[in-house]
Design a binder for this molecule. Structure first.
Ligand SMILES: Cc1cc2nc3c(=O)[nH]c(=O)nc-3n(C[C@H](O)[C@H](O)[C@H](O)COP(=O)(O)OP(=O)(O)OC[C@H]3O[C@@H](n4cnc5c(N)ncnc54)[C@H](O)[C@@H]3O)c2cc1C
Length: 389
């Protein structure tokens, strides 16, 4: 594709990395976002996100996770500060790991790629990671090649890199509608009436995407997920060497969390069904989510059950029906590219997503994320979807 004029709508992780890569390939890029950046309500704006390659039996996402880890290493080596912190990931299972379970399949796939994982039973778990209640988790493993990233800080830095790369940033501009000539998309109209014309419009507006493009409402759902910040009086038992990033039977409970950060905050969240919301609704965590957290903590991490919850957040997934991103040209609207459907697991791929989105703009979609018929509701293997299971 020859160089062209591209508007990217949305400056979260997906939009900024796309803007940088498109500019690197010679396109003339305008990035618009209501701001301020990083947008406080964006899913990417957070203190921490997991970076993992443990994806159950999914070889495509396992390999993409491994490629992202290498790309995070490169960013660690070249940025003025390290955006990826490799604490390892402890994956706990309340049942023996076996083929067909998330932990069992992940363990096999990760080991097959040469990662030295350590398997744990209750005794070794209690010795090495004593915050966990003994005997609740009978099996599991530790993957040293995983960790977390301060995602809001990363987006802030990427915005600086986009400006250095001569991306035209229009902070304060809110997309209202597409400019369409016949079936062809020719640009956007912003709230207030400003028109910006382009050859291609990339909509990367996270959970807002299906509100901005209502024809995608049956493909992209907006799902609120509770996030809790706890502050134990003594953070030492929650330091990364004894309390690394963890998942607790995640595909059957949704629970996962992080070690204490430098402020002593332990973040815990749920990768479960969540609840259907509207992106501009008040972001309140429901009373039942607090109860579920308390139940989980008393059954699994009793020393954290007494820790005060010092902050909460309702963070939004833009759920596709099958848990895969939707990154491709819209076949019915030439000139429009969608880069959304993050389904709650997109941030870790930030260092490789720019290329994936730019390839889609240039007509070479990633086979997994390409436009596809809407099928049955499924998810990536770690996600706990069915409360009734
Ligand atoms: C609770 C929670 C935990 C998560 N944990 C992880 C994790 O551990 N690991 C992981 O890999 N992923 C995780 N994710 C998923 C990850 O956050 C997302 O995949 C990723 O941040 C999505 O980025 P995005 O750019 O698509 O969306 P966002 O970051 O939401 O960015 C969308 C942007 O669009 C802008 N926008 C909105 N409306 C308009 C408009 N009208 N005009 C212009 N711009 C507009 C917004 O201002 C925003 O800046 C988690 C998500 C949540 C909610």
């Amino acid at each position: 594709m020859n160089s062209s004029k591209v508007i990217v709508v949305g400056a979260g992780a997906f939009g900024v990395c796309a803007a940088i890569e498109l500019r690197r390939r010679g396109h003339d890029v305008t990035l618009v976002d209501p701001g301020p950046l990083p947008h406080p309500l964006a899913s990417s704006t957070d203190i921490s996100k997991f970076v993992r390659m443990d994806y159950g039996a999914d070889d495509v996402l396992t390999d993409l996770g491994a490629a992202s880890l290498e790309a995070w290493d490169r960013w660690n080596a070249t940025w003025p500060w390290a955006p990826y912190c490799e604490t390892g990931l402890l994956l706990l299972s309340a049942r023996p790991m076996r083929p067909g379970s998330f932990e069992g399949d992940s363990f096999d796939r990760v080991r097959a790629r040469g990662i030295e994982t350590e398997r744990f039973g209750p005794d070794t778990l209690a010795r090495r990671f004593p915050a966990w209640l003994r005997d609740r988790y009978v099996d599991g493993y530790f993957n040293p090649r995983a960790g977390w990233s301060p995602s809001g800080r990363v987006v802030k830095h990427l915005v600086c890199l986009a400006l250095e790369a001569d991306v035209e940033l229009r902070e304060g501009v809110r997309f209202a509608s597409l400019i369409e000539k016949g079936s062809r998309v020719r640009g956007i109209v912003a709230v207030g009436g400003v028109r910006v014309e382009a050859d291609t419009v990339v909509v990367a507006a996270g959970a807002w995407t299906s509100v901005l493009l209502p024809h995608l409402a049956d493909r992209l759902a907006v799902i609120g997920q509770p996030v809790f910040h706890l502050q134990p009086s003594d953070p030492v038992p929650f330091r990364p060497d004894v309390f690394p990033c963890w998942t607790a039977d995640i595909s059957r409970t949704g629970w996962y969390g992080f070690p204490a950060n430098e402020d002593g905050i332990v973040k815990i969240a749920n990768h479960g069904p969540g609840r259907l919301v509207f992106p501009d609704d008040p972001r309140e965590v429901a009373a039942e989510d607090f109860e579920k957290l308390r139940d989980f903590l008393s059954e699994s991490l009793p020393s954290l059950a007494v820790a005060p919850i010092v902050a909460t957040r309702l963070c939004l997934y833009g759920d596709s029906w099958d848990g895969n991103f939707l990154i491709d040209r819209d076949p019915d609207r030439p000139g429009l590219v969608v880069a959304a459907g993050d389904s709650g697991h997109g941030f870790k791929f930030t260092p490789v997503l720019g290329s994936i989105i730019a390839d889609a703009v240039e007509g070479r979609p990633h086979p997994r994320f390409a436009w596809r018929a809407r099928g049955a509701r499924t998810s990536e293997d770690a996600r706990f979807l069915d409360e009734g299971e």
